[in-house]
Design a protein around this ligand. Structure first.
Ligand code: A3P
Length: 311
């Protein structure tokens, strides 16, 4: 109950949702359908062209997740690079049946117009945890480059809870306090979906059945929050992009408490729904949660041959 009123108070303090970019689909409902008047025409290569010489291409890069890992920050930061054209919204092509059934031409229609030598990137964080998705992406392009941004799994659960909490608040629906979702009969509640999404090793195993580890670059979402520039250099290297993003593209905004972006003199921060306060969780439950993730984390580190500073 206390968490509910705490959220109500925070919610009342939120300014109206005017995003720095168009709204994200994962947060705000399905994408618009292509219109009959859309200036698209399929050319010989299967890409769709525009009279001004730009064209729509299937993605060369996918940000596959994880939900609340920092996926919006990552795609915005990647868009600082002139060789990258990013889809503005989450397309949910491979995970939503209704979209997948529309086929590749529809998927292509959701991509941004890009110059022929630009790389197209799309992000849909739900891809990472959807079991049917890796095979479908592999069928489209087995050589695609995958970016996976992860955060401390406990932090991610709290962030996930916070997002659902605000979504329900917006719909004037109540939501359970986080403690009652995390623990059932004194034990960690494995049935809580947000908890399952943080079992990174389980989901990654599914991807590794279709893609070699070399095709997947794991971005450290905690480091991206604290100091985005070095993480973005690593991303540039993984994508074989000419080094272009630099330290002056980022500045720390004390009011927001996060790094914001500077692009050709224009400064912008992420939408207010990114970087919200998380609910207070009783220390004993928090410790239980950290302990619970210890073994899954170890398995994940083994899979990727790398460790992360997750408690
Ligand atoms: P919180 O809102 O829980 O803090 P996603 O875009 O995948 O939904 O991830 C949202 C998370 O991105 C936020 O979670 C926030 O911590 C993180 N993030 C990383 N860099 C950020 C930045 N520069 N500005 C705002 N949020 C950022």
């Amino acid at each position: 109950m206390a968490a509910f009123f705490f959220g109500l108070l925070l919610f009342a303090m939120q300014p109206p949702p005017i995003p720095s970019r168009p709204a994200e689909r994962g947060d705000r409902g399905p994408p618009p359908s292509p219109t009959a008047s859309s200036p698209l025409a399929l050319n010989d290569t299967g890409a769709t062209g525009h009279p001004n010489g730009t064209l729509k291409q299937l993605p060369h890069i996918l940000i596959i997740g994880v939900r609340k890992g920092g996926t919006r920050a990552l795609i915005e930061m990647l868009s600082l690079h002139s060789a990258v054209a990013a889809a503005e919204n989450e397309v949910h092509f491979f995970d939503w049946e209704s979209h997948f059934q529309k086929g590749i031409p529809w998927y292509l229609s959701q991509m941004p117009f890009a110059l022929p030598d630009q790389l197209t990137v799309e992000k849909t964080p739900a891809y990472f945890t959807s079991s049917k998705v890796p095979e479908r992406i592999h069928d489209m392009n087995p050589g695609i480059k995958l970016l996976l941004i992860l955060r401390d799994p406990t932090e991610r659960v709290l962030s996930d809870y916070t997002q659902v909490f605000y979504n329900r608040l917006q719909k004037h629906k109540r939501y359970q306090p986080i403690e009652s979702l995390l623990v059932k009969d004194g034990e960690i509640n494995l049935g809580y979906k947000a908890l399952n999404r943080s079992l990174y090793h389980l989901h990654l195993q599914n991807w590794l059945r279709y893609f070699p580890l070399e095709s997947i670059h794991v971005v450290d979402g905690d480091k991206l929050i604290r100091d985005p520039f070095p993480e973005m250099k690593r991303v540039e290297r993984f994508l074989n992009l000419e080094p272009q993003i630099n330290a002056s593209n980022f500045y720390f905004n004390k009011t927001k408490g996060f790094y914001c972006l500077r692009d050709h003199g224009r400064e912008r921060c992420l939408h207010d729904s990114k970087g919200r306060a998380h609910p207070h969780v009783a220390p004993a439950i928090l410790h239980k949660l950290y302990r619970f993730f210890h073994e899954p984390n170890r398995k994940f580190f083994e899979l990727v041959g790398r460790t992360f500073n997750w408690n």
